[in-house]
Design a protein around this ligand. Structure first.
Ligand code: 5RP
Length: 230
């Protein structure tokens, strides 16, 4: 197992320790969330009862393959906890998510959960969000207009940098919801709340990858052990 894979597994095991039998849980997307599904499946195989709501088609397929039982969010609209990865986490548990393109369902599921536990390797901890390009999920209708509105509004906040349409091969990347993603490389986002409020005013934006006031704990696995932020 590579160092990175073993750190993700350690974070996933620590998150499993936060669960109780019979819980209804949100299950995130990405390689760290996948490590969590693998840990979970081993306990399920040993008789641990839990039901998950997957945040993507990809996670749903993995749960099915590994025998973790899932329901839809409409069947289980209130969840005890969501366990998910992140692209960046700061000291106030503010996150950038969406590197795997699942930010909309991830945010809906996290919002429906009493708690959100973030699992990551320690490289994801940052002083200031923004080195990782911010994913912004947009409707395909009026893409150019939405793009220009994002550029205009973010410039008024002093944020500059490349904004690119995410591709999958030579085609636009399409989310599970049928939308597009713009990745905005601002470098630093000193005021995530102001940016989040500004983006919420643009109708073509479906959702963005700033997760504010959603995470209640971050479990960060590093070479020297686990760090918990809460
Ligand atoms: C997917 C996400 C992922 O949680 C995020 O990209 C982290 O992924 P990984 O665990 O593979 O580094 O937000 O939309």
């Amino acid at each position: 197992m590579s160092d990175a894979t073993s750190l993700k597994r350690k974070a996933a095991e620590a998150a499993f320790a936060e669960l109780e039998e019979g819980m209804n849980i949100g299950i995130g997307t990405g390689s760290t969330a996948e490590a969590f599904v693998r840990v979970l499946s081993e306990h399920v195989a040993a008789g641990f009862a839990i039901t998950g709501v997957a945040t993507s088609e990809r996670t749903e397929a993995l749960c099915r393959e590994l025998g973790v039982s899932t329901k839809t969010l409409d069947e289980l609209p209130i969840l005890d906890v969501t366990v998910d990865g992140a692209d960046e986490v700061d000291h106030d548990l503010r996150l950038i998510k969406g590197g795997g393109g699942a930010l909309l369902r991830e945010k809906i599921v996290a919002f429906s959960s009493a708690r959100m536990i973030v699992i990551a390797d320690s490289s994801k901890k940052v002083q200031t969000l923004g080195a990782f390009p911010l994913p912004i999920e947009v409707n395909g209708f009026g893409l150019t207009s939405t793009f220009m509105a994002i550029r205009r509004l973010t410039e008024t906040l002093g944020l500059e940098g490349e904004i690119v349409l995410r591709k999958s091969g030579d085609k636009p990347f399409i989310t599970d919801g049928g939308h597009l993603i713009l990745d905005a490389s601002f470098g630093r986002i000193p005021d995530p709340e102001a940016l989040s409020a500004a983006l919420a005013t643009i109708p073509g934006i479906v959702e963005h990858g700033l997760f504010l006031n959603l995470a209640s704990m971050a479990i960060l696995a590093g070479p020297d052990g686990i760090e918990m932020l809460n």
